[in-house]
Every structure is written in structure tokens, then in C-alpha cells.
Design a protein around this ligand. Structure first.
Ligand code: PEP
Ligand code: MN
Length: 341
């Protein structure tokens, strides 16, 4: 249920609604919009509540929501959410390009990649220090040493850092180094982790689980939002289908669909979405054409010897070409790169 306040409502009227909800054992989540404030009612609502709330001063209308996700829905917030990370704004229409290695391996590898992707037009550096691996025998990341390398790369290049956090107990530590917390596909329904990321006051990116529906994805977003972290973006990274040529099937349709259902920024990850380096640029272009707020791409100085995801990692040269391509697609749809090259 959503309470839409009148344009000229007062703060006391808003406070009175929140107080009334509290009395009934419900929570009210405020979304102050440009024009008007709306209050998302979270908890077990019932039909009479609508009539009762509509009687209160300052209320324009009360809209019952049948969807199980509320705070992430367009009904709750009509305008697009924008997220500020350093001097980068995500969700304002400009195209954000995030790039970097799958895993942090060495300082030289990360610094070289950071400099190359920055020169090519990326505005944020990615790199995993905690790597979710299907097999325990694969490289699992350098942990805090990896975070320190990312910190050095930020210092050297000025690029903000996005990196994955896998365990609830690590959220505080990763927050000390990261500009954006990444929740990976395998942890999309790690509800304890989602709660902790929701308590953090740090932008976060929630990747879609490879076997999860869009509704489940939005409900996971709801966990983070309902803990008070509203700086949330989503990332489509491919889902598992019967096709075996590709690592995953990049669900490009999810991008405009989720942007219709939700106000949260949506990015596309064509690296995990395809698993093949030569499919990354075409699917990046498709994601941008479909309206993605940004793309996240894996880049490595020498993909042949990458400790993780070499087959889907781009060389510096190929990444430069990709940026030129997505730039052209963005321009064709009246958009531009967040950081022009
Ligand atoms: C990653 O971004 O490196 C990653 C592990 O992605 P996903 O969680 O989408 O598999
Ligand atoms: Mn990877």
C-alpha cells in the first residue's frame, strides 16, 4: 500500500501518518519526490486501512499494491532513482561503463587495467577480492590484500571501486575499501547478507541470480531497501537456459522490463551474460540499446593467463573498441557516456 501525499502537505502531516502506521504495527518508508512525497506502507495491510489513511490530513490518495515488492516498485517512486558515486551519477540517463578484471590478482595487473580502462572511458573499476567459485579448487580471491590493491588503484586513478562482498560478517570490512558493494548472482538470495548490505550506508549493486525470476530479484532488492539502503542498482548478468554454447543466456529483455517495474537503475553484464569475449561487445551494445543505465565488463591485461574468467575477459584494445561501439549506440538513442572520452 502506498500513501501519496498532497503536493502542499506539511511535515507534521507526514509525521502523523508515520505515527499512525507505527501504532498499527506497520512501517512507513518515505520517498520524498521532486513534486510530492509518497509513503510506502510495509507490513500486513488490510482494506480498511486505505479508508482510514485517506481521511488523514495531507493525504491525496492511498494506492493498494498487489505486487509483493513495494519499495522497489514504480508505484512507490515514479522518478528514476539516481546514485552518486564520487563524481559519477548512475541512473540519470548517462551511460556508466564499469570495467576491470574478474579477480584481483596482483597490484601490477589491477593498476595496468585501471589505467587502461580509465583512458578508454570507464568511470568505475571492478575487481573481486572475495570470489564466489563453483569449485573450491578454483581461485577464491586475495581477501583483504585484494581490497588494499583496489584502494591503491583508486588512489592512483581516481576511479571509484565496486567489489563483491560474500559474507554478512565481511560487510563492514568491505565497506572500508569499496565505493559500491556488489552482491553476486550466487548470493542474490543470501538473505542475511542482503540484510547487512541494507544496513550499510554505501551504494550497492544486486546481480540477478542465474536461476531467479525477475520477481524474486525485486524481492531481494526489497530486503536491501527495507533496511534503509536506498542507493541500490540492479545488474542483469544472464540466466541459465538449455543452451550450452554460451555460459549464460543474457536476458536483454529483463533490462527494459525491470526499468518499467522499478525505479532502480539497471545495468547489464555481458561478460557473465555470455562467457565468450567475442560476444561481449555485441551484447553490451544490445544492453545499451535496451536502455541499460550502464554496463559492467571484465578486462584483463592478458586474458590468456587470467586466474578467473579469462575466456570472457577483453584485452585493453578490445575494450577500447567496445567503448566506441556502446558510445555510438548511446548517441543513437540520445544518450552519452557518463564520463566522455
Ligand atoms: C563477478 O562479477 O565477477 C561475478 C562473480 O559475477 P556473478 O555473480 O554474476 O557470477
Ligand atoms: Mn567473473
Amino acid at each position: 500500500m502506498i500513501v501519496v501525499m498532497r503536493v502542499d502537505c506539511s511535515q507534521q502531516e507526514i509525521d502523523a501518518i508515520l505515527e499512525r502506521l507505527r501504532e498499527r504495527g506497520l512501517a512507513g518508508h518515505l520517498s520524498p519526490g521532486v513534486e510530492r512525497t509518497v509513503i510506502g506502507v510495509v507490513g500486513h495491510t488490510y482494506p480498511e486501512l486505505k479508508d482510514m489513511l485517506e481521511l488523514l490530513p495531507g493525504v491525496e490518495e492511498v494506492v493498494p499494491i498487489s505486487k509483493p515488492y513495494k519499495l522497489s516498485s514504480r508505484e512507490f517512486r515514479r522518478e528514476n532513482t539516481t546514485i552518486q558515486v564520487g563524481n559519477v551519477t548512475i541512473g540519470n540517463g548517462d551511460l556508466v561503463v564499469i570495467a576491470g578484471p574478474c579477480a584481483v590478482e596482483t597490484e601490477e595487473q589491477v593498476l595496468a587495467t585501471a589505467r587502461a580502462v580509465k583512458a578508454a572511458g570507464a568511470c568505475m573499476l571492478r575487481g573481486g577480492a572475495y570470489k564466489p567459485s563453483t569449485s573450491p579448487y578454483q581461485f577464491r580471491g586475495l581477501g583483504e590484500d585484494g581490497l588494499k590493491i583496489l584502494e591503491t588503484a583508486r588512489y592512483e586513478t581516481g576511479l571509484p571501486i565496486i567489489t563483491e562482498v560474500m559474507a554478512p560478517a565481511d560487510v563492514e570490512l568491505v565497506c572500508r575499501y569499496a565505493d559500491v558493494l556488489q552482491v553476486g548472482a550466487r548470493n542474490m538470495q543470501n538473505f542475511m547478507l542482503l540484510d547487512e548490505v541494507g544496513k550499510a550506508r554505501k551504494p550497492a549493486m544486486l546481480k540477478r541470480g542465474f536461476a531467479n525470476t525477475i520477481q524474486e530479484w525485486l524481492l531481494s532488492a526489497e530486503y536491501i531497501l527495507s533496511q534503509g539502503n536506498h542507493q541500490l542498482m540492479l545488474c542483469e548478468r544472464g540466466i541459465r537456459t538449455f543452451e550450452t554454447f554460451t555460459r549464460n543466456t543474457m536476458d536483454v529483455s529483463a533490462i527494459p522490463l525491470v526499468k518499467r517495474l522499478s525505479h532502480l537503475p539497471v545495468l547489464g553484464d555481458p561478460s557473465h551474460g555470455t562467457g565468450k569475449w567475442y560476444l561481449v561487445a555485441p551484447l553490451a551494445a544490445a544492453a545499451v540499446a535496451a536502455g541499460a543505465d550502464g554496463i559492467m565488463v571484465e578486462v584483463h591485461p592478458n586474458p590468456d593467463i587470467a586466474l578467473k574468467d579469462g575466456a570472457q575477459s577483453l584485452t585493453f584494445e578490445n575494450f577500447q573498441r567496445l567503448v566506441a561501439q556502446v558510445n555510438a549506440v548511446a548517441a543513437a538513442t540520445g544518450r552519452k557516456l557518463a564520463i566522455p572520452v
